[in-house]
Design a binder for this molecule. Structure first.
Ligand code: X2X
Length: 338
């Protein structure tokens, strides 16, 4: 069952009340395993709504043995802080974009190469196929466990408070926020922009105070982080698809009995499929909603941006960084890039 926007808000409100104070009370006391699940997204995002529902099903089906407590909205720190806590075991579960995870697992940003995927059919063929398996293998080498199904963040678009982006030249000198991501920093430097790495929890303020004049994200993030309040223009650049890996600290994951792990895997991968469907249902409405909030949209041609990246040596740079095996795994699904 996919989710309408109204239902999204209602469900989030119910979930939020249940997570406003993650209960360390009776429920946690009876649990054999009480694990923290952190995200950098607001409670209204389908990742949190479906994640919370999965946690409830896991608690019920394990007879209360595994109690997963949701901490949304970067409550436990910045993306980079939470990644450090995941590695140390301070957090047991964390949904994180491969574009940021690449600061620890370089090839985790492989799927985020500029203009690699034309649409969602191509994305899921790759991410549910050998490319996803390859990246999960890389994540495993960093002592983290990634669930099989990646969750959807979306195709990243560009917003600004100063002008629409109609051609690559419009990026020249533009102060643009990007996540802490070498891939996106590299891309916007290749566009001759001035990228600034800022965590999700600080991006609204950075745009509001004009530390940066632009940012880039899927429309879901523009809507759910209320960035329409501090951004005027939205240019549908579709420059990169992005997802969230559901990550586990390896020691914490392996501490769980196999039967508990099997139940958790089942519900978490089912939740990922539901979240993807939610995003597909919601995506068509986000643009209409943002226009209603006063944003001005334009749809620039993609080819000039790809040519700019190619001339800047971006594709050859990343082919060299990722290595031939990884690049071949990507091009098996995208065709020749650059
Ligand atoms: O920080 C972002 O831009 C976001 C929310 O899309 C990610 O987590 C990568």
């Amino acid at each position: 069952m996919t989710i309408t926007r109204r239902r999204l808000i209602q469900t989030a409100a119910l979930s939020a009340s249940a997570t406003a104070m993650p209960f360390l009370g009776a429920r946690a006391q009876t649990a054999e395993f009480t694990y923290k699940f952190a995200t950098n997204l607001p409670m209204t995002h389908p990742v949190n709504i479906r994640g919370k529902q999965a946690a409830d099903k896991i608690r019920e089906e394990t007879g209360g043995r595994l109690d997963i407590q949701l901490f949304p909205s970067g409550q436990l720190g910045s993306d980079t802080d939470m990644l450090s806590q995941l590695r140390s075991g301070g957090i047991e579960f964390f949904t994180l974009s491969g574009l940021i995870l690449s600061t620890l697992v370089p090839n985790a940003s492989l799927y985020g190469v500029g203009f690699a995927f034309p649409d969602y059919d191509a994305v899921w063929r790759a991410m549910d196929g050998d490319l996803g398996a390859y990246i999960r293998g890389q994540i495993g080498k960093a002592n983290l466990v990634a669930m099989d199904k990646i969750w959807d963040n979306g195709f990243r678009q560009t917003t600004t408070s100063v002008k629409p982006i109609n051609s690559p030249d419009d990026f020249k000198g533009l102060k643009i926020r990007v996540p802490v991501s070498p891939m996106l920093t590299s891309m916007f430097k290749a566009f001759d922009a001035a990228p600034a790495s800022i965590n999700a929890s600080e991006m609204y303020t950075a745009l509001q105070t004009k530390v940066v004049d632009a940012h880039e994200n899927p429309l879901s993030v523009v809507s759910l982080f209320k960035l329409y309040e501090v951004q005027k223009y939205c240019s549908l650049t579709n420059h990169s698809w992005d997802g969230f890996w559901f990550l586990a600290n390896r020691r914490a994951w392996e501490r769980l009995p196999a039967s508990v792990r099997d139940i958790a895997t089942k519900h978490l991968d089912a939740a990922a499929a539901q979240e993807r469907a939610d995003m597909a249902a919601l995506n068509s409405g986000f643009q209409q909603e943002l226009v209603g909030k006063g944003m001005v949209f334009n749809s620039p041609k993609t080819e000039p941006f790809k040519e700019k990246l190619q001339k800047a040596g971006y594709y050859s740079e990343w082919k060299g960084k990722f290595g031939d095996e990884a690049w071949a795994a990507l091009e098996r699904y995208t065709g020749k890039l650059g």
